[in-house]
Design a protein around this ligand. Structure first.
Ligand code: PMP
Length: 460
């Protein structure tokens, strides 16, 4: 490891101080304190190093975000330049600045013509928080203030703030004080688990029809929007059957319900298209973005509006009483603009679509198509999931599938690869700059982790 990054303090010293002062995300803090977190100190390309010098291949792009990999000098330089020139200014006092203007120009150059405006935020949760208010405001402006209810999906994830938690479908989060009135949910299109005797196409349509039933139950005059991830990320990397999105779109149009895509994970090239809705072939009214917008180098998110919504808000809406101190932050905007420039000029998204994505997907199917622990393989581009199953033919899942996937991911860490577990699945989403060498290492180490898990279960 580069001498510059030699451990400054003992790992256990960092861990003790962390345990004394810091509450982590989605973890039992007491158990974590007993174990001690890994202390990550450096990143370069797809690799991370911990404080003890152990190297990991990051198969998850941090948390689905470091799409350009670690250590990009162009992004660092963009931040440094902007910090020198203008580290902060707000959007409240009738002002703007070049960094945010240039970011918007770049963003709308790569977005389909259907979209025209964005509101910027600091995170994906905030993007969805802003979505809820913006959608409700839109319906007020166009004279239908009764349309307030937001419909999401069970097991969908839209963030950890209050509104985004209620919009999401994680029941354990709702139970911890995270539910609000005027939110409803329909089932996730998870064929492997819930498809029964239906074909994927039949099941996709069946799941979509639940939206129609829900709208009729609530009254279309009360429903503002349907919000979903084009493919479900945190809820297990669940790809809907092809029949799903066209039917959802038909229903939203028929009942005048806005169709809102959460592109926080799927946006900026993950599927090989710039946005995941383009992969699935539907046209949302809004896009929630974050993560890949800056490749995670600095926090930034946003809500992209279709021309129809933007026009109503701008031309007829008057003051929209909403604003964030750091919306369109110049340093974040400069990093985002540099990130989008790199993705575009280096042809990274095209490479995911034509080369690296098909390569990863083909190799996964060759390696795991007949594996005794794997029941299903899903994904496209540089995102994929392996579903563990007791019996592939009948799609019987293990009773303790979450423990099995967690064990597999833990072995992955031991083997020096970071993959994620969600329910009975392990997920990978490497940086979009991954080449064949890194993908081969990801595949090889994931295979080792899955094989070792299968051996422990006596299935290999
Ligand atoms: N939407 C989706 C689809 C996400 O995956 C996430 C984060 N994993 C969020 C929203 C929330 O983003 P953030 O953590 O930046 O608030």
């Amino acid at each position: 490891m580069n001498a510059r990054f030699k451990a400054q303090r003992e790992t256990r010293d960092y861990q003790a101080s962390d345990a004394a002062h810091h509450i982590h995300a989605f973890l039992d803090q007491k158990a974590l304190n007993a174990e001690g977190p890994r202390v990550m100190v450096r990143g370069e390309g797809l690799y991370l190093w911990d404080n003890d010098g152990k190297r990991y291949l990051d198969g998850m792009s941090g948390l689905w975000c470091t799409n350009l990999g670690y250590g990009r000098q162009d992004l660092n330089a963009a931040a440094a330049r902007q910090l020198e020139q203008l580290p902060y200014y707000n959007m409240f006092f009738h002002t703007t600045h070049p960094a945010v203007v240039e970011l918007s120009e770049q963003l709308f150059e790569l977005l389909p013509d259907h979209y025209s405006h964005a509101l910027y935020t600091n995170s994906g949760s905030e993007a969805n928080e802003v979505l809820i208010r913006t959608v409700r405001r839109y319906w007020q402006v166009v004279g239908k203030p009764g349309k307030r209810i937001m419909i999401g999906r069970w097991n969908g994830y839209h963030g950890s703030t209050l509104g985004s938690t209620a919009l999401g479908g994680m029941q354990f989060m709702h139970e911890m004080g995270g539910m609000l009135p005027d939110f409803a949910h329909i089932d996730e299109p998870y064929w492997f688990a819930h498809g029964g005797e239906l074909t994927p196409a039949e099941f996709g349509r069946r799941c979509a029809l639940q939206l129609e039933e829900k709208i009729l139950e609530l009254g279309a005059e009360n429903v503002a929007a349907f919000v979903a991830e084009p493919f479900q990320g945190a809820g297990g990397m669940i790809f809907p059957p092809e029949s799903y999105w066209p039917e959802i779109q038909r229903i939203c149009r028929q009942y005048d319900v806005l169709l809102c895509a959460d592109e926080v994970i799927g946006g900026f090239g993950r599927t090989g298209e710039w946005f995941a809705h383009q992969h699935f072939g539907f046209q949302p009214d809004t896009l929630s973005i974050a993560k890949g917008l800056t490749s995670g180098y600095i926090p930034m998110g946003g809500l992209v509006l279709s021309k129809r919504i933007a026009e109503a808000l701008v031309e007829q809406g008057g003051v929209f009483a909403h604003g964030l101190t750091y919306a369109g932050h110049p340093v974040a905007a400069a990093v985002a603009a540099a990130n989008l420039r790199a993705l575009r000029d280096e042809g990274i998204v095209e490479r995911v679509k034509d080369e690296t994505g098909p390569y990863l997907q083909r190799c996964l199917r060759e390696l795991f198509g007949d594996h005794p622990l794997v029941g299903d393989i899903q994904g496209t581009g540089l995102v994929a999931a392996l579903q563990f199953a007791e019996d592939k033919a009948t799609r019987k899942r293990f009773d303790n599938e979450s423990d099995i996937a967690w064990r597999c991911r833990t072995i992955g860490f031991e083997e020096g690869v970071i993959i994620r577990s969600t329910l009975g699945r392990v997920i990978m989403a490497p940086a979009l700059v991954a080449g064949r060498t890194e993908l081969d290492e990801l595949l090889e180490k994931t295979k080792l982790a899955v094989d070792r898990t299968a051996q422990e279960l006596g299935r290999l």
